[in-house]
Design a protein around this ligand. Structure first.
Ligand code: SF4
Length: 888
C-alpha cells in the first residue's frame, strides 16, 4: 500500500447507547482518523465530543497485556487451568451458586452469550448479572410487565417526526448527545415541534425545551398518574385499543386517582406551578404524535419500575404506541446494554428474551444440550455483592467493568471483594479500583481490537470491527470464557472458534420454539456466513426468516399484538412512592448523581484525552446559590460531602439551574483520578423491589466547606509514587499531568517534600513567602521543565494552561523562569480558560474575549470565528449561556 492510501474500517462507538457508526482510517504513518459514518442510521455522520476523540485513546499506556496471578505474570494456560480447577473445586464443595459472574454492557454480544451460556447452562447457576442492572433494569422490568416482553417500541426516526417529545429523567444533551443533535435539527426544521423537559435540574437539554418542569426529585409517578387522569377526563382514551388490546385499565385509573385528586394537588406534590402542569397535560392530550423518552432519572430509583409503567400507562390509554412518531422510548446508557438483555445477561433472564418458565427452561436446555441448566433467577448486582460479603459466593469473575467505582455503597463492595476467596478480573486496563483487588487478572482486547456486535437503544445491531492488532497476550473476552469452559469439562458445547460462530448459535437460539411467540427473533440471520457476518450492515431486530434484511426501521406493536399469553398489553396500577431514606437535620440535601458531557464511566479511556479533561477537571458539586449561602460555600470552594455511607470532596459549582435543596455530583471520578472523588461511596444501596436497580438519584447528604490549610497544584510528566495529601485529583493536560492538591495540615518544609516527591535529576528554583502561605517551585533539568508546584493559603493560584505549554519548550529562557516563579503568564500567553468546545479545543476566555471584542451576538457568529460549536454541537447550550453574560 502506498503512503497516501488508507484503510477505512466501519465500526461502532464504544461509549453510549446511541450506538453511532464510526469510520476509522488507519494511515500508513499509524495515525488514526475517526469520523462519523454517514451511512449509519443511528448518527448519519454525526459524533459527539467523546466519539470524535476516540482516535486519541488508542495508545497502550496503562494496558493490561499479560495474565497475572497475585501480581506475577503467568502463561494463559496456567491462568486458565487455575480458574477452571478452582471453579470445579468450589462447585464440588459448595454447589454452583457459590460462583458468580459480574459482566458489563461494554462486552460485545458474542462475549456476553458465551459467559451466559457457561454460567446458566453448564455451571448451573443464574448468578450472572451485568452492570446494566445499574442503568436500565427498571426499563426492562417495566416493559415486561406492560408488554410481556422487553421490547423498546420506538426508533430514532420516530423522534424526528413526533410533534411532542417529552424528555423525562434524561439529560440527553450530555448523555446521548447525537440524539440531542438530531432532535435539535428536527425542531429547527419543524419549529412547531414541542419539547418538554422534566428534570429537577435545568440541564443543557433545556436549551431546546419549550417547557421545563423542574419537578421535585422522585415525583414522576404523581405527575404521570395525574396525566393519566387528565387524558381520561379529556376524552383522549382510545377505547377501541383499550378494549381489544389491553387489560386492567380500570384498576390502573382507580389507583392513579389516589395520586391525582386535583391538578393543584398534583402540581403541589411535584413542586410545579398548576399553569405549567396544565400546559404539559394539554400539550400531551392534544398531540397524537407524542414520544416520551426516559432514561436514568426514571430508572435509577427504588420505584424505577413503577415510574416506567406510569409513563407506559399514558401511552396505552391513548393508544399511542406501535405507530410512527409515538410511544414510550427508553434510552439505554451503555453501548451494549441491549445486547446484554438479548443474550440473558441479567440474573433474572434465561437467554434470548426467555425467562425461567418451565417451557423456556426446556427450550434452552434442549438447544444447549445443557446438563445442568439453572432453573431459577440468580442474584442481582447488589444482592450478589452482599452474598460475597456473607460468604455464600466464594468466587467472582468480573468482566469489563469496575464495580468498586460504580456500585452504590462502593466501600462496602470493596470490603466484600477483599474477603472473597477468589476474585478474577478480565479487563483491558491494568490499574483500576477493581483490578487492584484481583487474585487473577486476565488481559482482554479493547475497542479497535475486537470483533462482534452491539445493539443500541433502538434495537439496532451493529458490528464492532477490529482495525488494530491484538497487543501483548490480550484475548477476546469470548475466547477467555470459552477456554475456561473447555477446561471445566464442557469442550463439546464450547467449541467456538470465532465471533461469527457464536453469532450463528445466538441467532439460532432466538428462533428455537419461537414461532413469533417472542419478540426477539434473529432467525433470518442464523445461517449467515463468515463473510456475510463481516459485511453485516446495521439492522434492527426482529429479523424473522421472512424479512428482507436491510437497515430500514422496524415498527414494533404495529399489529397491536403484545407478548403476554393473551397478546394484550397490561396497564400496571402504580402509586407515588416515598419508601426510601429522606432528608433530615443531619443530612439536609438530596444528592443526585449522573454524567458530564466529556467523560465516560470511570474515565479509563476519556480520562486519557486532554481536551476531554478540561471541561470539568475535578469532581464538582452543583448547588443552588441559596443552599450555598446557607452552608457557607462559595464558588470553586472545596466542599466535603457526607452521607450515611461515606464521604468525598468536590469543588462547588454554584448555579441557579440546580433546584433548591438538591445537589448534583458526577459519577466518573475514582481512586485512579482522585483520592476522595468517588460519589458512589455515598450512594445508598437501596433498590427497586422489581428490577433490583439501585437508587442513584436520591441520597440524603450534608455538606460543609472543606477545612484546608492550603491548596495548590502540581504539573508533572510523571505521577509521583505517592501524593501524601488529604485531597488530590489527577487531570491529563496537553503536555503534562495536573494534580490538584490540598491538605488540612500546614507543611513547613516544602523544599524537602518537593524533592521527595520528585527525586529526578535537575535543579530546583523556588519562591517561598511563608508568612502569606505561598510556595512556587520548578524542577529544571537540561534546561527543560520537569515539574512545578504552586501552593497558596487561599485559592489564588495561577492559570495552569500556559505553564502546561512550557513543558513543550526545548530550552527555558530566563524570562520563562521568572514567569514560572511569579505565576504570571507572558503577555502572549493569555489563559484560554476551561474548555467549552472539546472538538476544537476552544476555551471560555477565548470565547468571551471574541464576543466582547468582535461584538458577537449569536452562536453562529462564534462558530464562524472560532469554529466552536460547529462540529458535534454539544457545547451550543453553554455558548448561549456565555453570550448572555459575556461582557457584563
Ligand atoms: Fe459515541 Fe457520542 Fe455517539 Fe454516544 S453519542 S455513541 S458517545 S459518538
Amino acid at each position: 500500500m502506498s503512503q497516501s492510501e488508507t484503510l477505512v474500517t466501519h465500526t461502532t462507538c464504544p461509549y453510549c447507547g446511541v450506538g453511532c457508526g464510526v469510520e476509522v482510517s488507519v494511515q500508513d504513518d499509524k495515525r488514526f482518523i475517526v469520523k462519523g459514518d454517514k451511512s449509519h442510521p443511528a448518527n448519519l455522520g454525526r459524533l459527539c465530543s467523546k466519539g470524535a476523540a476516540l482516535g486519541e485513546t488508542l495508545d497502550l499506556e496503562g494496558r493490561l497485556l499479560h495474565p497475572e496471578i497475585h501480581g506475577e505474570q503467568v502463561s494463559w494456560d496456567h491462568a486458565l487451568n487455575k480458574i477452571s480447577a478452582s471453579f470445579n473445586d468450589i462447585i464440588d464443595k459448595h454447589g454452583p451458586d457459590a460462583i458468580a459472574f459480574y459482566v458489563s454492557g461494554q462486552l460485545l454480544t458474542e462475549d456476553y452469550y458465551v459467559a451466559n451460556k457457561l454460567m446458566k447452562g453448564f455451571i448451573g447457576s443464574a448468578n450472572i448479572d451485568t452492570n446494566s442492572r445499574l442503568c436500565m433494569s427498571s426499563s426492562v422490568a417495566g416493559h415486561k410487565r406492560a408488554f410481556g416482553s422487553d421490547t423498546v417500541p420506538c426508533s430514532y426516526t420516530d423522534l424526528e417526526i413526533a410533534d411532542l417529545v417529552v424528555l423525562t429523567g434524561s439529560n440527553t444533551a450530555w448523555c446521548h448527545p447525537v440524539l440531542f443533535q438530531r432532535l435539535r435539527q428536527a425542531k429547527k426544521n419543524r419549529p412547531q415541534m414541542r419539547i418538554v423537559v422534566i428534570d429537577p435540574r435545568a440541564t443543557e437539554t433545556c436549551d431546546i425545551a419549550d417547557l421545563h418542569l423542574a419537578i421535585n426529585a422522585g415525583a414522576d409517578i404523581t405527575l404521570f398518574n395525574g396525566l393519566l387522569i387528565h387524558l381520561q377526563q379529556a376524552g383522549k382514551a382510545d377505547q377501541d385499543f383499550i378494549a381489544n388490546h389491553t387489560n386492567d385499565v380500570d384498576a390502573c385509573l382507580t389507583s392513579a386517582q389516589t395520586d391525582a385528586a386535583s391538578l393543584e394537588q398534583v402540581a403541589k406534590d411535584c413542586g410545579l406551578s398548576p399553569q405549567d402542569t396544565n400546559t404539559f397535560y394539554q400539550w400531551f392530550a392534544e398531540t397524537e404524535k407524542t414520544i416520551t423518552v426516559y432514561s436514568q432519572g426514571v430508572n435509577q430509583w427504588s420505584c424505577g419500575t413503577d415510574k416506567v409503567n406510569a409513563i407506559i400507562n399514558c401511552h396505552l390509554l391513548t393508544g399511542r404506541i406501535g405507530k410512527a412518531g409515538q410511544g414510550p422510548f427508553s434510552f439505554t446508557g451503555q453501548p451494549n446494554a441491549m445486547g446484554g438483555r438479548e443474550v440473558g445477561g441479567l440474573a433474572n433472564q434465561l437467554a434470548a428474551h426467555m425467562d425461567f418458565s418451565t417451557e423456556h427452561i426446556e427450550t434452552v436446555k434442549t438447544f444447549w444440550d445443557a446438563p445442568n441448566i439453572a432453573e431459577q433467577p440468580g442474584l442481582k448486582a447488589v444482592d450478589m455483592f452482599n452474598a460475597i460479603a456473607s460468604g455464600q459466593i466464594k468466587a467472582i469473575w468480573i468482566m469489563a467493568t469496575n464495580p468498586l467505582v460504580s456500585m452504590p455503597e462502593a466501600d462496602t463492595v470493596r470490603q466484600s471483594l477483599e474477603q472473597c476467596e477468589l476474585v478474577i478480573v478480565s479487563d483491558c486496563v491494568k490499574r483500576t479500583d477493581t483490578t487492584e483487588l484481583a487474585d487473577i487478572l486476565l488481559p482482554a482486547l479493547a475497542w479497535g481490537e475486537k470483533d462482534g456486535t452491539v445493539t443500541n437503544s433502538e434495537r439496532r445491531i451493529s458490528r464492532q470491527r477490529k482495525f488494530l492488532t491484538e497487543p501483548g497476550e490480550a484475548k477476546a473476552d469470548w475466547w477467555i470464557v470459552n477456554e475456561v469452559a473447555k477446561r471445566m469439562g464442557f469442550a463439546e458445547a464450547f467449541d467456538f472458534d470465532s465471533a461469527d460462530s457464536i453469532w450463528r448459535e445466538h441467532a439460532s437460539l432466538s428462533a428455537a420454539d419461537n414461532e413469533q411467540q417472542r419478540d426477539f427473533d434473529l432467525s433470518g440471520l442464523q445461517n449467515i456466513s463468515k463473510s456475510d457476518y463481516d459485511r453485516l450492515q446495521p439492522v434492527q431486530w426482529p429479523c424473522p426468516g421472512n424479512r428482507n434484511i436491510n437497515n430500514d426501521s422496524v415498527q414494533m406493536f404495529e399489529n397491536r399484538r403484545f407478548f403476554h399469553a393473551d397478546q394484550k398489553a397490561r396497564f400496571i396500577p402504580v402509586k407515588s412512592c416515598d419508601d426510601f431514606p429522606k432528608t433530615s437535620i443531619e443530612y439536609p440535601l438530596v444528592m443526585n448523581t449522573g454524567r458530564v458531557r466529556d467523560q465516560w464511566h470511570s474515565m479509563t479511556r476519556t480520562g486519557k484525552v486532554a481536551r476531554l479533561s478540561n471541561h470539568f477537571s475535578e469532581p464538582f458539586i452543583e448547588i443552588h446559590p441559596e443552599d450555598a449561602a446557607r452552608f457557607l460555600v462559595q464558588e470553586n470552594d472545596l466542599v466535603t460531602i457526607n452521607s450515611q455511607h461515606g464521604t468525598m470532596h468536590a469543588r462547588a459549582l454554584v448555579s441557579d439551574k440546580q433546584k433548591k435543596g438538591n445537589v448534583f455530583i458526577p459519577m466518573h471520578w475514582n481512586r485512579m483520578f482522585a483520592n476522595g472523588g468517588n460519589v458512589d461511596n455515598l450512594v445508598n444501596a437501596i433498590t427497586d423491589p422489581v428490577s433490583g436497580q439501585p437508587q442513584f438519584k436520591h441520597t440524603p447528604v450534608s455538606i460543609q466547606p472543606a477545612a484546608m490549610a492550603w491548596q495548590g497544584f502540581i504539573l508533572s510528566n510523571q505521577q509521583p509514587a505517592k501524593l501524601p495529601f488529604s485531597h488530590w485529583v489527577k487531570q491529563k493536560k496537553q503536555q503534562a499531568y495536573r494534580f490538584s492538591i490540598a491538605d488540612d495540615k500546614l507543611i513547613n518544609d516544602w523544599n524537602s517534600l518537593a524533592k521527595a516527591l520528585f527525586p529526578q535529576d535537575g535543579d530546583w528554583i523556588e519562591y517561598h513567602d511563608q508568612s502569606n502561605g505561598y510556595y512556587r517551585a520548578a524542577l529544571i533539568n537540561n534546561n527543560k521543565l520537569v515539574c512545578c508546584i504552586y501552593i497558596a493559603s487561599d485559592n489564588s493560584l495561577p492559570d495552569d494552561q500556559w505553564i502546561d505549554s512550557i513543558f513543550n519548550e526545548e530550552t527555558l529562557s530566563p524570562n520563562t523562569r521568572i514567569n514560572l516563579l511569579s505565576g504570571q503568564p507572558p503577555v502572549s500567553m493569555a489563559p484560554a480558560g476551561k474548555t467549552i468546545c472539546a472538538c476544537f479545543n476552544v476555551g471560555l476566555n477565548t470565547i468571551k474575549e471574541a464576543i466582547v471584542n468582535q461584538k458577537l451576538t449569536t452562536t453562529d457568529q462564534i462558530g464562524e470565528l472560532l469554529k466552536a460549536g460547529t462540529n458535534c454541537g454539544s457545547c451550543l447550550p453553554e455558548l448561549k449561556e456565555i453570550l448572555k453574560t459575556a461582557g457584563k
